[in-house]
Design a protein around this ligand. Structure first.
Ligand SMILES: C[S@@+](CC[C@H](N)C(=O)[O-])C[C@H]1O[C@@H](n2cnc3c(N)ncnc32)[C@H](O)[C@@H]1O
Length: 235
């Protein structure tokens, strides 16, 4: 899979996309991540990428002509909408969830467009295939949302993690009962810490009982913390 990130600040990605699981996935060539600096497509000798909003208002708006050139530069000829998706990061978009991540992980090419300043010219929406938000709050730019999406998508690419490692994670539909349950509690050493002990069943060696306990706990925790997940299982 290839991921292209269109940004004015490519240096921001050093660290989140150069360490740990993503670093190994890139080394194993399971994912190729390229950066396209939107500034390279700026206008005039100052490479302007934004301007004041028509009609007045605070801040600067990113130009549609600049973003159009940048997007065209990374789009791959011949890929259809099931293989390539260009996604604008924007608070107005559909909220990013595990199901969206899963669908993105099946693409050959994912293009992420990071807005900045006051956001992008309205017409940019007509240049992209999808608009995605990471939640109902505003942050400074699309770079951190892009990092979150890349991290979430890359771990779902086959071969990146051990087989089945993501099946029982929270929000995964492939879990115990095909519902988007939260994950069951996990413990490691020490067995006793102050007055806190590991549940006996996990030390019993009885795989069937352990499996039943995990399923039960997963459902209980979901009912307690996120009952809405049990209602909206199609999301
Ligand atoms: C300061 S924000 C612009 C906010 C815009 N004026 C609004 O009210 O929706 C600049 C950029 O950050 C990104 N951004 C901010 N919040 C976001 C969110 N919740 N999800 C995805 N991207 C976000 C978008 O790319 C946006 O263009």
């Amino acid at each position: 899979m290839k991921i292209s990130i269109l940004t004015l600040f490519p240096e921001m990605f050093t660290g989140p996309l150069t360490e740990s699981i993503i670093k190994r996935a890139r080394e194993k060539k399971l994912v190729e991540i390229e950066f396209c600096n939107i500034r390279d497509f700026g206008i005039g000798k100052h490479k302007a990428v934004d301007d004041k909003p028509f009609g007045g208002g605070t801040g600067m708006v990113m130009r549609v002509d600049v973003l159009d050139k940048a997007i065209k530069n990374v789009r791959q000829n011949g890929l259809n909408k099931f293989q390539e998706k260009c996604v604008l990061l924007d608070a107005r978009g559909k909220v990013f969830m595990q199901s969206v991540s899963k669908s993105f992980s099946k693409l050959e090419h994912l293009i992420l467009v990071c807005g900045h300043y006051e956001g992008v010219d309205e017409r940019v929406r007509s240049l992209v295939d999808d608009v995605v938000s990471i939640g109902d709050f505003i942050i400074t730019g699309g770079e951190i949302p892009a990092m979150i999406i890349v991290d979430s998508v890359v771990r779902l690419i086959p071969g990146v993690l051990k087989e089945n490692a993501t099946s029982y994670e929270s929000f995964s539909l492939a879990g115990f009962d095909e519902k988007k349950n939260l994950e069951y509690p996990q413990y490691t050493l020490p067995r006793d810490y102050n007055s806190l002990s590991v549940p006996n069943v996990l030390l019993s060696g009885n795989h069937k009982e352990i499996e039943n306990w995990k399923k039960e706990q997963s459902i209980l925790i979901t009912k307690k913390h996120r009952p809405d997940l049990l209602e909206n299982i199609k999301d």
